[in-house]
Design a protein around this ligand. Structure first.
Ligand SMILES: *Cc1c(COP(=O)(O)O)cnc(C)c1O
Length: 345
């Protein structure tokens, strides 16, 4: 088997959910966010595994993801949809028993007219200005909406990965101002909000990235392992160049391995020579630019040429790659390409 192999550790995924569930505290339900194909790791496998671990409420970005999730999980778990009830969503919401998180008066009107009596939640804007009702809209609508018994009233934090950011306390206060005294269950915290402490937990938490081993959950177990086979090795003499743009020059005799994964597989080109791959415990720096389907790696210092190198695993995680590529772990995860052989353990 010559393909690069992405191994997804479902045991570590479950352990991460249990840790975040424990951190969410007694009496708080811990859901799971599985949007974007479970952050690139495979919706059906990830969601089934989380369901077996005890997750009862799942969150997706849009109705089509909700349909796929319902097919994977069958009846039972609640499936919340962040984008709410969009034009054209009505049939799928009804048929697949999805719970739209209504974001605007327009969506509320649509939902109550088309699917009166069917479950819904409400999303409030507490300062991120992305989704949800503004305080004034909520004031106008809340009596009617609360009378329909929403399954969840939620908002989202903009800066929860920075515990000291004053935005967190401001959004918390705004959420209290908008929701104190209501009967419906409330939710404010994603992964970062769970780590901010119990003031942020309310009735339900909604972790995503922490389940998959990413920051800000620093204690997460690594979930993603990526090993990439070496296609070819060669010796280069001092003064010879490697790769596009001839950007890497050997200053002494070197041995270069060409491995089978590139930016088309989500190994972002910008990470260039700030990244290493591992041969066992030994780091091997990238040499030259990332190609579409290949990387070149300096393995001069290895005693033996292995048959593969490791890009993601216990030595180097998604956030290390993200730093090198000047992005965030979320983008590394969701960029992992479709060419990998995926194996679930
Ligand atoms: C993506 C998302 C989450 C999960 O966030 P993480 O930072 O991945 O834990 C929770 N709530 C909303 C509204 C989201 O968009």
């Amino acid at each position: 088997m010559a393909n690069a192999t992405l191994t997804i550790d479902l045991g570590a995924l479950s352990d991460n959910w249990r840790s975040l569930d424990a951190a969410s505290g007694e009496g708080v339900e811990t859901g799971a966010v599985v949007k974007a194909n479970a952050y690139g790791l495979g919706l059906a496998r990830v969601a089934r595994s989380l369901s077996e671990t005890g997750v009862r409420s799942f969150f997706v970005a849009e109705v089509q993801e909700g349909v796929a999730l319902r097919r994977a999980l069958g009846d039972g778990p609640q499936i919340f949809v962040f984008s709410g009830h969009m034009d054209g969503d009505t049939d799928a919401i009804r048929k697949f028993d999805l719970v739209p998180l209504l974001n605007s008066i327009e969506q509320m009107t649509r939902h109550f007219e088309a699917l009166s009596g069917s479950p819904f939640g409400v999303q409030l804007d507490t300062g991120m200005n992305r989704l949800g009702l503004e305080p004034a809209e909520w004031d106008a609508a809340r009596r009617i909406v609360l009378g329909q018994g929403p399954k969840l009233v939620m908002s989202h934090l903009a800066c929860a990965d920075e515990p000291d950011d004053p935005m967190n306390a401001r959004q918390l206060q705004a959420f209290h101002d908008m929701t104190d005294g209501i009967d419906a269950p409330r939710s404010l915290a994603a992964t970062g909000g769970i780590l901010l402490g119990s003031d942020y937990h309310f009735d339900m938490t909604r972790p995503g990235v922490g389940l998959y081993g990413g920051l800000p959950f620093a204690d997460a177990k690594p979930v993603v392992h990526l090993r990439v086979p070496i296609i070819q090795t060669r010796d280069v003499a001092p003064g010879e160049a490697v790769g596009y743009g001839a950007s890497w020059l050997a200053d002494e005799p070197a041995r270069i391995a060409t491995v089978q994964a590139g930016y088309a597989d989500g190994l972002i080109r910008l990470m260039g020579d700030r990244t290493v791959m591992f041969a066992g415990d030994i780091p091997c720096p990238l040499a030259g630019r990332v190609s579409m389907d290949m990387l070149t790696v300096d393995i001069t210092h290895l005693d033996e040429v292995p048959d593969h190198l490791v890009m993601l695993g216990t030595q180097q995680g998604v956030d290390d790659l993200a730093d090198a590529a000047r992005t965030i772990g979320y983008e590394i995860l969701t960029s992992l390409g479709s060419r990998y052989d995926r194996s679930y353990i």
